[in-house]
Design a protein around this ligand. Structure first.
Ligand code: IMP
Ligand code: MG
Length: 186
């Protein structure tokens, strides 16, 4: 399938080899996820949707509009890298609101669960702050993570074990603005 001119304009001429999930498929699935979350959390109780930046920013903005009840929204910034480009396996929280997790149903929103390292480090930190419940909503799941401290409760799509871009996901900070999820040609 040839990459459209509009997409090439967004990628700076880099062709897409495969579109995995189209804009329409994503919109339909995100609507289902929003409904499910609204249904699964007891009525009248406080929901805090916590987006993990930067990868979740587009998913989160679409998702919160599909959770049709009162919610709060905030973000976390975590860094999974040390000083170099090699993953250190360490996750540092660079920004996290201290207050207001306690007693709330926290929905942690991730773009993709890959090795599971990020969530394995974050979940215990957030648990310590006394949420009423803490569940994960991930757009994509590669199903390669082992020994995760907590499985994602809501998952948009199972993802092939390839490097994917678009709809918030980047490769070296590019391609986040593609409206679909795809694989870039090497
Ligand atoms: P982890 O390996 O589960 O800790 O994944 C952490 C982060 O790596 C994700 O939140 C993404 O930001 C990024 N990541 C993992 N796999 C991909 C991918 O295929 N494309 C783009 N980013 C990815
Ligand atoms: Mg990333």
């Amino acid at each position: 399938m040839p990459t459209t001119a509009e997409t090439l304009a967004r990628t700076g001429g880099q062709p897409i080899s495969r579109i995995l999930f189209s804009e329409e498929q994503i919109a339909a699935r995100v609507a289902e996820l929003g409904e499910q979350i609204a249904r699964d959390i007891p009525e009248g109780e406080d929901i805090l949707v916590l987006g993990l930046l930067k990868g979740s920013f587009i998913f989160l903005s679409d998702l919160v509009r599909q959770i049709k009840r009162p919610i709060e929204v905030d973000f976390l910034i975590a860094s999974s890298y040390g000083t170099g480009t090699e993953s250190s396996g360490e996750v540092k929280l660079l920004y996290a609101r201290q207050a207001s997790i306690e007693g709330k149903h926290v929905v942690l929103v991730e773009d993709i669960v890959d090795s599971g390292t990020t969530l394995n480090r974050l979940i215990p930190i957030l648990q310590q702050r006394g949420p009423r419940s803490l569940e994960i909503c991930a757009l994509l799941h590669k199903h390669i993570a082992q020994n995760v401290v907590k499985e994602a409760r809501w998952v948009g799509f199972d993802c092939p074990q390839e490097f994917v871009i678009g709809y918030g996901l980047d490769h070296s900070e590019k391609y986040r603005n593609l409206p679909f999820v795809g694989v870039i040609q090497p």
